[in-house]
Design a protein around this ligand. Structure first.
Ligand code: HEM
Length: 427
């Protein structure tokens, strides 16, 4: 990546995608909200022009604007234009975040029916046991990487293996690696690199669906192949649903748990408060998502007509980026927006999106975070960062905000597992 500082006398802030921005995007977002609420810039690598909305009200309205679509057919040029799409990747691109109603409605119905509270509740006890096991493994060491040792294995095991029904394998590990590359991309990647990446991921998904057809079980992937066999969804849609489910829930959960732990580690008063008053866990989870959530922006959206926002005309066929991280620090929407306050009452964040594409995994994401952080801060009460926060390495890219590693230290504390969060998930 080539960092390009964009500094002139009158206009001085770190440009998007620089190392400074990746480390701490919030000053840039504050500048944009104030000065350029519709920011036209270029995504590095294969150049893709984007319009970034940074104010809370604009982001909120855009989620349900009739002239803002999820379909790439509106894009006329560049990497995302439909004619640039590899023919073998039609199913891959029929994923939930790339379709509008009525196709979206049909696909989404299958997902929400299967990702239901009963299924989540059925896994809660095992998930808690697994969290306890992960903490047990870290506790005697006195040091750990909270991403690699804790935040990453949790969704891989509970969501991947137990809920979706993906058997552990080297290929699945590689798929997860590749999917992180896809959503937190390398800036030297070109269209052909993305296609190569997606083609291997696509092969994995086709094999997985074939495996499920031959070996049905009580899991989500079996439910999707059954919906396909029943004619509820077509050949491309079953692939698209699977792609979304394999891409949407893993990194977002891992990064949220990491960012939540970091927020507590850098705000010892809030850490202490949470340890003393575990009943604050629910409002703490909402504040983790608002203060430094794992989805920095929503997924790309496209204008189906020319659109004027805050005096700027966005031409038809443009790519719109909704900067959730910026909206969540907008002083017009939140009091003391830069303050991390786990007792915050009114917290209308949009960390799970809004409207028809809002996150169907939000209950699970919230529950994972609540159980993981709740257990961690009770079981290992003297957690501290093992490095200066400035040395932490953040993943590049605009979609997610997440750490590569989160090194911590603590007094070695071997002991039995405790810290279970007992809560029913209701519809
Ligand atoms: C705490 C972690 C999570 C966060 C912060 C998060 C956030 C989001 C956001 C912001 C969106 C909307 C994207 C947009 O409109 O552009 C979304 C969509 C989605 N999420 Fe999550 N998510 C999380 C966990 C999960 C989990 C665990 C699952 C699956 C079990 C999941 C499945 C999905 C799916 C399938 C969509 C696409 C929905 C659609 O387009 O209709 N997410 N998520």
């Amino acid at each position: 990546m080539t960092p390009q500082a964009h500094k002139t006398e009158e206009y001085s802030y770190p440009e998007f995608f620089t190392d400074d921005f990746i480390k701490n995007p919030y000053p840039t977002y504050a500048h944009l909200r104030e000065n350029e609420p519709v920011f036209h810039t270029t995504y590095p690598g294969e150049p893709v022009e984007i319009y970034v909305l940074s104010r809370y009200d604009d982001v909120k309205e855009a989620f349900s604007h009739p002239c803002i679509s999820k379909q790439r057919k509106h894009v006329t040029q560049g990497l995302l234009a439909p004619n640039a799409m590899h023919r073998k990747l039609k199913g891959f691109h029929t994923n939930l975040v790339m379709v509008d109603p009525p196709v979206h409605t049909r696909m989404r119905k299958v997902v929400t029916r299967e990702l239901n509270p009963a299924r989540i509740n059925a896994l809660k006890e095992r998930a808690q046991e697994y969290i306890d096991e992960l903490i047990d493994a870290m506790a005697p060491r006195g040091e750990a990487d909270l991403i690699g040792d804790f935040a990453n294995p949790l969704p891989t095991k509970v969501l991947g293996e137990w809920m979706l029904g993906i058997p552990p394998s080297k290929e699945w590990d590689e798929f997860l690696e590749k999917s992180t590359l896809l959503v937190t991309p390398r800036y030297d990647y070109r269209a052909e690199d993305y296609d190569a990446l997606k083609l291997t991921m696509n092969e994995f998904i086709l094999d997985l669906l074939e495996h499920k057809r031959a070996n049905p079980a009580d899991d989500l992937l079996t439910a999707f192949v059954t919906a396909h066999a029943n004619g509820e969804i077509d050949d491309d849609e079953v692939i698209g649903i699977t792609v979304t489910m394999l891409l949407a829930g893993f990194a977002s959960t891992t990064f949220l748990i990491g960012n939540a732990a970091l927020a507590l580690l850098t705000h010892p008063d809030q850490m202490k408060l949470l340890q003393e008053r575990p009943e604050l866990l629910d409002s703490a989870v909402e504040e983790f998502i608002r203060y430094d959530g794992s989805m920095q922006t929503a997924t790309f959206r496209f204008t189906s007509e020319d659109l004027e926002i805050q005096g700027t005309t966005i031409p038809r066929g443009s790519i719109i980026v909704l900067a959730l991280a910026s909206a969540h620090r907008d002083p017009d929407a939140f009091e003391r927006p830069d303050e991390f306050d786990i007792t915050r009452g009114h917290n209308p964040h949009m960390g799970f999106g809004l409207g028809v594409h809002s996150c169907p995994g939000n209950r699970l994401g919230r529950l994972f975070t609540k159980m993981a952080i709740g257990s961690l801060v009770q079981r290992i009460p003297d957690l501290t960062l093992a490095v200066d926060p400035d040395e932490l390495k953040w993943r590049p890219g605009l979609l997610h905000r997440g750490l590569f590693e989160l090194p911590v230290r603590f007094t070695p504390q071997p002991g039995p597992a405790t810290g279970a969060v007992s809560e029913e998930v209701t519809p």
